[in-house]
Design a protein around this ligand. Structure first.
Ligand code: 6R9
Length: 647
């Protein structure tokens, strides 16, 4: 573990919104007097009906419930748009960089965005969409994704964004789970010069989701796509006649805002539900403090809107704070590995927020791709999605930021809504690889296997002791699963699923997932999800999936597969299974290694011993630990003798 501590640069300590003493005072107050602290923080939002109640929360089974600002009403889109029109109507809200640098960028002002959102909201209304209805968004990284999100929040519809890299099967499951009647998509997406057949994927998905009545199709590439009469509408045609005024709907603070599906330790992805008031306050506050953000600064979060980071830190946080947010359609290495830094120079980006997996991939390409760009505009760097290894941190700090820019390594989850453990650039001396200190209102604890609270320097399961406004409120359609998943492992606490170490200085170091979730390039994958895709193949009898270390992706996917008795496993089947998983879930679930195994190591009670499978995948086979409960030890010998050469 890196021992280096980088002090807060003097000019940051002097000019930042919060310095170290300020952080300590605010954090203490946020825990001692949550009512007072959050009532004050909530003033950053325009409320249609002011709240009188602040925090009504309990993690205990007897009176379980989470409500924040419960009797207030507000509208998120009005907070992102309308209230900025007077002071910054002509300021650019969205700076869009297309996949290819040869295509022109787009600069969309707050005034223009407001009009676009109103027109689109009116189109949705004309198709019968109203408060509480679910709308599935399956769009690439184009400004219209922001328009669609803001239009939903304007009329109180609940958006559910499905990452445009997901397969028709995955899309269909997510449409059906929340019973969406409307899907918003594009003819095709463009990523790294490659076309993604989004409309065709939607058509395939809708064979399994017949309840969808409206499909709005944005022309992105102009490809000739099938349009079904009565169901499918061209985006431009649909908004042509719509008014550029649309009154924002007053939403109760606890009215649902969006659903975002995420992987858990069981097979089916969970529809994480966020509500309006708490999420809005949390997104605005964390975005301001984590990035020391001042209105109008050029800010770029390189996440996709299909993930929670795209929700909170590409769209809602920056727009709530009157920001100029960069949306990038492409990938870091197209047309070449300088692209990120060329875009930084092109727009004068001051704050850049990206994922360790992208940084590691660029680091491998060599420093010259970075060095040939200026990057003089950069003042602050951020990291999110997975633990950043100290080597990548140092590279980011030294080569990209030229030792001038603090790095904020923000730990959080779809479930937590926004940055939950994170440095603040003017307050936190940096330790490479540590997410550092809790955000205001967050009380992390480390527990041992028996649920005892560990004090001081320690390592254990990371839980959060009490509610914070940005916390998810339920799993869509399954409130019991919400309670069971997060509040029963350790009674009375929110369980994150992550392991964590706290050092003697009180810094938190996330060690990674301790449940059956793996983190591939910052994307969460449930091993159970990949296993069920594999066993759905007619030649597969059984499958077990574990993570393995991967130099770029952080973790790779290692699958053990037992075929049906009459099947002779070979390389052709291996290729077929890889393709199968890509079609069932999407390219992000592509197995890196498939090892065929006549049997899986099981206990006498029939439980697969994943610990052993993990060790073999990690090639840490010197000490497999206790194998005495194995039903048939020869199974392990076979696995060890037959590790594929590719692993
Ligand atoms: C925002 C996001 C959540 C999981 C989380 C943890 C890992 C995210 C991290 C990090 C270490 C960081 N994670 N940020 N681990 N340091 N800075 O990524 O949400 O997709 O729900 O993933 O990602 O394991 O539990 P989500």
């Amino acid at each position: 573990m890196s021992q280096t501590v980088y002090p807060v640069p003097a000019e940051w300590a002097a000019n930042a919104l919060v310095d170290e003493a300020g952080y300590r005072e605010m954090h203490r107050r946020s825990l001692d007097d949550p009512e007072g602290f959050w009532a004050e923080q909530a003033k950053r939002i325009d409320w249609i009906t002011p709240f009188t109640r602040v925090k009504e929360t309990s993690f205990d089974e007897a009176d379980f419930g989470i409500r924040w600002f419960g009797d207030g009403a507000l509208n998120l889109s009005a907070n992102c748009l309308d209230r900025h029109l007077e002071a910054r109507g002509d300021q650019v809200a969205i700076l869009w960089e297309p996949d290819s640098p040869d295509e022109p960028e787009r600069r969309i002002t707050y005034r223009q965005l407001h009009a676009d959102v109103c027109r689109f909201a009116n189109l949705l209304k004309s198709r019968g969409v109203g408060k509480g209805d679910r709308v599935t968004i399956y769009l690439p990284m184009v400004p219209e994704a922001a328009v669609a999100m803001l239009a939903c929040s304007r009329i109180g519809a609940i958006h559910s964004i499905v990452f445009a890299g997901f397969s028709p099967e995955a899309l269909a499951g997510r449409i059906q789970d929340c019973d969406s009647r409307v899907v918003i998509t594009a003819d095709e997406g463009l990523r790294g010069g490659r076309k993604v057949p989004l409309k065709a994927n939607v058509d395939a998905a809708l064979n399994h989701a017949p309840g969808v009545e409206t499909v709005v199709v944005l022309k992105r590439t102009g490809a000739d796509v099938a349009m079904r009469d009565g169901r499918d509408i061209d985006w431009a045609d649909g908004i042509a006649e719509q008014s550029a005024e649309c009154e924002p709907t007053a939403m109760g603070a606890e009215d649902p805002l969006f659903i975002l599906y995420t992987s858990g330790s069981t097979g089916k992805p969970k529809g994480v539900l966020h509500t309006t008031g708490g999420y809005t306050v949390w997104a605005a506050m964390t975005h301001e403090y984590v990035f020391d953000y001042r209105p109008g600064q050029i800010y770029w979060c390189a996440a996709d809107v299909g993930w929670v980071t795209g929700h909170t830190y590409v769209i809602y946080g920056p727009l709530l704070n009157g920001g100029t947010t960069v949306m990038f359609e492409g990938v870091p290495n197209f047309p070449d590995p300088s692209r990120f830094w060329q875009v930084v120079d092109k727009f004068g980006v001051e704050i850049f927020y990206g994922a360790p997996t992208a940084l590691r991939a660029l680091m491998r390409e060599g420093d010259e791709w970075v060095a040939k760009t200026s990057r003089k505009s950069l003042r602050l760097l951020g990291s999110v999605g997975e633990p950043i290894n100290p080597e990548a941190w140092e590279w980011y700090y030294r080569v990209v930021g030229e030792e001038r820019c603090p790095i904020v390594d923000t730990w959080w989850q779809t479930e937590t809504g926004g940055a939950t453990i994170t440095p603040l650039p003017g307050a936190t001396p940096m330790k490479p690889g540590s997410a550092s200190w809790p955000m205001f209102g967050v009380k992390p604890l480390l527990l041992d296997a028996d649920g005892n609270v560990l004090e001081g320097a320690a390592e254990g399961s990371l839980v959060i002791a009490d509610s914070w406004p940005g916390q998810m409120r339920t799993v869509w359609g399954d409130h019991d699963r919400f309670f069971q998943t997060y509040f029963t492992t350790y009674k009375g606490y929110y369980f994150t699923g992550d392991g964590c170490r706290r050092d003697a200085d009180g810094y938190y170091w996330i060690t990674g997932r301790i449940d059956d979730v793996i983190n591939v390039s910052g994307h969460r994958m449930g091993t159970a999800e990949i296993e069920s895709a594999l066993v759905a193949h007619s030649k597969v009898a059984e499958a077990a999936v574990v993570g393995m270390p991967h130099p770029v992706k952080g973790q790779g996917i290692y699958a053990y597969v037992t075929t049906n008795a009459e099947v002779e496993p070979d390389d052709a089947l291996r290729a077929e299974l890889v393709k199968w998983v890509r079609t069932e879930i999407g390219p992000i679930a592509t197995p890196d290694v498939i090892q065929f195994a006549p049997a899986l190591p099981k206990t006498r009670s029939g439980k697969i011993m994943r610990r052993i499978l993990r060790k073999i995948a990690e090639n840490d086979t010197g000490n497999l630990g206790d194998t005495s409960t194995l039903a048939d030890p020869s199974v392990v010998d076979h696995l060890l003798a037959n590790r594929p050469a590719t692993a």
